[in-house]
Structure formats: C-alpha cells, structure tokens
Design a protein around this ligand. Structure first.
Ligand code: TNX
Length: 531
C-alpha cells in the first residue's frame, strides 16, 4: 500500500470537503447539504456566500492548523488557494474562556479534546458577506472548519473541469458534541498496518469528528510497539500475524509520528496493551511471563481466551510496570488502555489483582486507565473508564463500574463492531455479534442501552475494527464505510435531532467523494448513492 503515501496530505483536504451542496438557497429541514455528523442546531437561511478568487482567511495564530486545513479544502473545491491575513471574508475567532495549553507548532489545542463537549463547541455563520466561525478553543474552530468543509461542493474544479463560482449556503450553526469521547479503534495486532495506512485511517475517520484513535497494539498474534529495554517483545512478538504473514511493529519514532498526525487533526491516541489475557505474542518473547515458564509458539489463528500472564510473580510485575511506564512516556494523551477482556485462564482473585495493580501503575504515571467491560467487576480507581462491548450478556460488569462512579465508553458489539459482516454476502468479517447494516449501526441510543446507565454515565461511543479478517487498507475502508460515519453521528448529534432517513439522505453525497479518494466502501441499499 506504499503507493498511497503521497496521497495523505491531499486526502486530508479532500475528505474535509466531503458532502453535497447545491450552492443554492438552503432547503430548510430537508436533506441539508450532507452534513455528517449533523450539527446540534442548523438553520439554513438567507443568501449564501460566493467564494471570490482572492479569498482571504483571517485566523488567530492558535488556529493556524484549522486555517491551513480550510485553505486546502477551498483550494480543492475552487482551484484557487486562499491567502491568510487581516480583514478576510472568512474569519476564525477565538472567544476565550479556555485555558489553552501548548500544542503542535506552539498552537493551543489537542489537550482540550477529551475535556468535555463544551471544549469542542463552535458557531458557524455564512451570509452574503462571508463566513464566521467562533469558538472558545482552537479545537472548536477546527470542528467548525470541518463542518464548513462539508458545505463545499463534493467535486472540485480539478475533477469537474473548470467550474467556478462556488457558493456556500446561507446558514447558522450552533454546535457541540453530545459525548466527549468519540472513538475509532483499530486492531493492528491481528493484522499489522503500516504507519501510512494508520495515518490514512486517521484522515478518513477524523473528517467525521472522531476524536479518539484507540490502537489495539498487542494480542495473541502480535506485539506491535517497541518497548525500550525489552527488544524481544517486538523481535519475536512482532514477527507474524493472523494467517502467518510477516506482521511488523512500530518503533518509538513510528508511534510518535502517528500520535503527531492524529493530534494535528485533534484526535487523541489511546494505546492499548491487552493484558492479562490475549498475551501469547508476549509469551513467545519471554517465557518467564507464563506460569509454566514455557516459551509459546507464535499463534496465527483467530481463537481467543487461551493465554494469560502469571499475575503476581515479580517477573510479571516488572513487565507490567515497564510496559505501562513506556506507554505513558510515549503518549501525550490522558488515557492508557490496559485491555482486561476475555481472560479465562486466571482465577478471579488474580484477575482483580491485575486490574488493581495496573490502575495503580497507570495512575502513578499520571494517566487514567481504560479497560474492557470485564474490569468493571474489579475495584476501580477514580477516573477509570470501562468500555462496554458484549451485548447479549447481563450488563453486571458495566453496572458495577457505574456504581463505583466510573463512566462507560459504549461499544456494543451488535451496533458498533465494524468487523461484523453487513449481510450474509459480505466478503469479509465475522458474524458472532450479528449482521450489522448501516441502519443497525445508526439506530440506537447509547444512553438507553443499559437500564440504569443514562447520559451522565456515558463518556462516549467507540467503533472497534478488529482485523482477524481484514488484511489490507481496502478491507479496513470497506468495513468502516459507511458504518463509521453512522457511529460518529450517534456520538456527536443530540438524540432528538437524529433520524435514519435524514442521515441516509445526508450520507449519499459522501459516496462520490469516497470513490474519488479511492475509498472502498459498502454501497448500503438503504442509501440512494448518486451515480
Ligand atoms: C471480541 S471485543 C474480542 C476481540 C475479537 C473480537 C472479534 C473484545 C474485547 N474482544 O478479541 O477480536 O471479539 O469480533
């Protein structure tokens, strides 16, 4: 997939301008201009703004990144690059009220991503005089720019040969996300994906205001992140993958490159090292970590639940401390994911002991822990996040997490698992959690899923993409699109403003854009894809 590398920058701009817009008067209430996710409040009204050839964008220095993305999107749509400077017809304004920290290039921002919905709020107005985006934080300006990008026509002059006079619709938008955490998980352990592929995935999903990339970095089949002082983990543990392919791993520099790329798009990387189960790859590297002291053979199948760390031994304690310490050192974001799922090889007391010790280490490193729903049955530290996944089982662990004051990230398998088949004919994917068509991915309320778990207990929503059956970038894209945008809208848009028909109508215009970008997507029958 190396040929895709040069595409990445152009892609970021092009995806930003995904969506359909007639450029004519707004069609109040109808299928408005392909905005996905739908903003909290949007009113089309009055005359629009025709982009002049000499457009100027005015932005404070803290919003240089957002201004740059916008300039690229305008250039893509009109064929002309706008200038940045004073007195522009397009203005990005910081209204203050935040306490911005240092971010990429000295700008303020990424730290705000997971602070809460208000941190990402913005207002966007388009009238005949121009465009104004206002927000308290740079991240809000960035979200506003992402929305504006979707108001640009779906096909620019480069493709539509010489079209001029792009007109944005007159509109007033007041927007903020419903949930703070809007995640996409990528399993790079079952099949390995290169830095360029991960960056492309970030570009594609961040256009839908996803703000968390949860990287599943280890499992039975592979260990994908270099840990200083333990080179055998990646040398032995990174050498294969499902099906026996060559696998691979990220060096510290690779990982930092991914994190930086994500942060430029206001996406926070949450790294996961899955413990104390799902550790066969670590046991191929270091036999001391298993209770019988036996070195394991590499595993290239797709079973789960057969491996475990020998929790409680000094060797395992050192290992967990080293891994958590290194993850914390390399990760600027506030969360580290410790896994915790599907451990059948360990007595409950030892499982609890692991969860408590891991949280201690994460806390000591200045981070907060995230774990799969099973950790909810153990004692949780304040601030630990529990990721609900297994629909069809009593939600005891999730309820226990909530009773302890914890919040949930909702990843119900029957709705959000992007590795499930769409229908029985889908060439890829599993089906243990059911077939998931786009309507299934869309039509649910995260705060109405578990009795006793309402909005206040839900930190957010995440769509995992497990890769037992996904080997290539095309496979990832086919499974994620269009279900990822559906889950992104579940996470962003107020429940009362959502309905599937409206979503399907708005989504249709994204198809041609994906096609133009070479994104392999599933043409769900419920959407009237143009062309
Ligand atoms: C369950 S969800 C798993 C993964 C598999 C996935 C396949 C979870 C926490 N564990 O190990 O890859 O199903 O759909």
């Amino acid at each position: 997939m190396r040929w895709r590398a040069p595409l990445v920058t152009a892609l970021a701009a092009a995806v930003l301008s995904a969506g359909a817009c007639s450029g004519a008067d707004g069609d109040a209430g109808g299928a408005p201009h392909g905005l996905v996710p739908l903003p909290a409040e949007v009113v089309y009204r009055g005359a629009g703004f025709t982009i002049p050839a000499d457009l100027v964008i005015t932005a404070p220095p803290e919003a240089a990144g957002a201004a740059g993305q916008l300039a690229a999107a305008v250039r893509e749509a009109t064929g002309r690059a706008p200038r940045t400077g004073e007195g522009g017809a397009v203005r990005l304004e910081l209204t203050g009220g935040g306490s911005p920290g240092p971010g990429p290039g000295g700008a303020a921002g990424p730290e705000a991503v997971l602070e809460g919905p208000e941190a990402e709020a913005y207002e966007l107005t388009v009238d005949s005089g121009g465009v104004r985006i206002r927000a308290a934080r740079p991240v809000g300006l960035f979200r506003g720019v992402q929305t504006l990008g979707q108001l640009l026509p779906a096909t620019g002059p480069a493709r539509a040969s010489g079209t001029t006079g792009v007109t944005l619709p007159g509109v007033r938008i007041a927007d903020r996300p419903r949930f703070a955490w809007r995640g996409a998980m990528l399993d790079v352990a079952r099949h390995f994906f290169t830095v360029e592929e991960v960056k492309r995935y970030i570009d594609l999903v961040s256009a839908y205001k996803i703000n968390v990339l949860h990287l599943h970095l280890s499992d039975d089949q592979g260990w994908r992140l270099a840990i200083a002082g333990r080179p055998e983990l990646t040398e032995a543990g990174g050498a294969t993958e499902v099906g026996g392919g060559p696998g691979g791993f990220y060096t510290e520099q690779d990982y930092r490159e991914i994190v930086a790329h994500a942060r430029e798009r206001f996406v926070e990387v949450v790294p996961e090292i899955d413990m104390p189960g799902h550790v066969n790859a670590a046991l191929t590297a270091d036999p001391e970590l298993s209770c019988d002291g036996r070195r394991r053979e590499p595993y290239t199948g797709t079973d789960v639940g057969f491996s475990a760390l020998c929790v409680g031994t000094p060797a395992v304690d050192r290992f967990v401390a080293d891994v958590v310490g290194e993850l914390a050192r390399m990760t600027p974001g506030p969360y580290l994911h410790i896994g915790g799922d599907e451990v059948s090889e360990l007595a409950p007391e030892r499982y609890d002991r692991f969860v408590e010790r891991a949280q201690e280490l994460v806390g000591a490193a200045g981070k907060r822990a995230v774990g799969w729903q099973e950790i909810g049955g153990s004692r949780l530290a304040p601030g630990t996040v529990t990721q609900y996944w297994q629909t069809g089982r009593t939600p005891e662990e999730a309820l226990s997490a909530v009773r302890q004051g914890g919040r949930l990230v909702m990843s119900p398998a029957s709705r959000t698992y992007l590795d499930m088949k769409y229908d029985s004919g889908t060439r890829l994917g599993l089906r243990w959690a059911g077939l998931i068509e786009i309507e299934d991915a869309y039509d649910w309320d995260p705060a109405a899923m578990i009795p006793g778990v309402g909005d206040g207990q839900v930190l957010g929503v995440e769509a995992p993409l497990w890769t037992e059956t996904a080997e290539t970038m095309d496979d990832l894209e086919y499974l994620a699109f269009p279900r990822l945008p559906a889950v992104a809208e579940v996470a962003w848009t107020p429940q009362r403003a959502r309905d599937f028909d409206g979503f399907a109508a708005r989504l249709a215009g994204h198809g041609p854009r994906w096609a133009a970008l070479g994104v392999d997507f599933h043409r769900s029958g419920a959407v009237a894809w143009p062309g």
